[in-house]
Design a protein around this ligand. Structure first.
Ligand code: 3MF
Ligand code: MG
Length: 343
């Protein structure tokens, strides 16, 4: 059994800014975050293209040279790079979408960011390109054609798959926010689009707890769906209090039973045996002070590890008997008692 290995991105240690207020913690330099990630036991770092190479005006050679320095920094701290994700939602060119933007020049900009992400990823030593399709959809339903948007996504995936022939795309589905109506909001959408590309074998998934909840779906089931198809190439564990703004709470703090079932499905299916990581896409509350601003990451990892112990204790004989007699009330209470430490 492979040991689970954890990752996070630099955005997971943030200043606390949100829509209704500015940040209130100090900014931490990238190198300090990396050192701390290693110290708290993470194995790799997740990147947006501009987390790795912030200056978008650098030419190709300068970009790659900068990325080499980032790789050296990771090596120094014994960390790998898990993936690179083009940040297709932060530039004025992506106000109206990335690959599905209305204007051709904006779609070309998104494709350039994707190619640049492929190049940076290569230098950092990873073949994984994550696509969180943040603005692929509409704010105004009549502004675009859903048919054209779907075709745009297939074309964009093909663009990436042919630009870098060893690259793998991990779609991170999310049904809304910042976009109102996503064109590809679930794991099923993502894989259906992947199936239409030049190489479906290189299109898989990064399933995030909160995104599944926002889609009204069960995160463990989404993970299981992807595992059954050999497509679960990353996870973003966190938690979410129902259907509201994306909260990125620490893993397990809202729904411990759901968290248990996520760990259970990963464990039962040997997640990680092909080098997949357990990503913690969590954010600290705004109230958290500077001196303990990695606590949410430490807590999420600890919750995962404690739940793993519970999973290992799970009595499959008892479960089988309950299923045989269709006594699900009994099975459910058993799970609650397991989680509450009664048995
Ligand atoms: C948004 C997210 C994103 C992605 C990240 C990598 C900023 O809901 O989850 O975090 O995880 O962009 O794809
Ligand atoms: Mg995420």
């Amino acid at each position: 059994m492979a040991k689970f290995r954890f990752t996070a991105g630099p955005w997971n240690v943030h200043e606390g800014n949100e829509t209704f207020g500015p940040g209130n913690r100090k900014s931490i330099p990238f190198e300090e975050k990396v050192a701390k990630f290693a110290e708290i036991g993470l194995s790799a770092v997740q990147f947006h293209d501009d987390d790795a190479v912030p200056d978008l005006s650098l030419n190709e050679k300068q970009t790659l040279d900068y990325a080499k320095d980032v790789k050296a920094l990771l090596d120094k701290h014994g960390l790998a790079a898990e993936f690179v994700a083009p940040r297709l939602w932060f530039d004025y060119h992506t106000n109206d979408g990335g690959f599905t933007a209305s204007l051709k020049e904006d779609r070309e900009y998104a494709l350039w960011r994707a190619r640049r992400s492929c190049d940076i990823a290569k230098v950092l030593g990873t073949d994984k390109i994550v696509l969180w399709l943040a603005r692929e959809g509409t704010l105004c339903a009549e502004s675009k054609s859903p048919v054209e948007m779907t075709r745009n996504l297939i074309d964009a995936f093909n663009h990436i798959l042919t630009y870098r022939e060893d690259a793998r795309i991990l779609v991170e589905p999310k049904p809304n926010e910042p976009i109102d109506r996503s064109i590809s909001g679930t794991a099923g959408h993502a894989l259906a689009i992947g199936a239409q590309t030049v190489d479906p074998s290189r299109v898989g998934l990064c399933i995030e707890t909160a995104h599944s909840v926002l889609a009204g779906l069960d995160p463990a089931n989404d993970m299981g769906f992807a595992l059954a198809l050999g497509k679960l190439w990353s996870v973003h564990l966190n938690d979410q209090n129902g259907c509201r703004y994306d909260q990125d709470k620490s893993f397990g703090v809202e729904n411990l039973r759901n968290a248990f079932n996520q760990v259970k499905v990963l464990y039962e299916n040997n997640y990680g045996e092909n080098g997949e990581y357990v990503g913690l896409d969590v954010k600290a509350m705004r109230t958290q002070k500077d001196d303990d601003c990695y606590r949410h990451l430490i807590n999420s990892k600890r919750t995962f590890e404690l739940l793993l112990e519970k999973v290992k204790k799970f009595d499959y004989e008892f479960q089988k008997e309950c299923v045989r007699t269709q006594n699900f009330e009994k099975l459910e209470m058993y799970v609650l008692e397991l989680l509450m430490g009664v048995n």
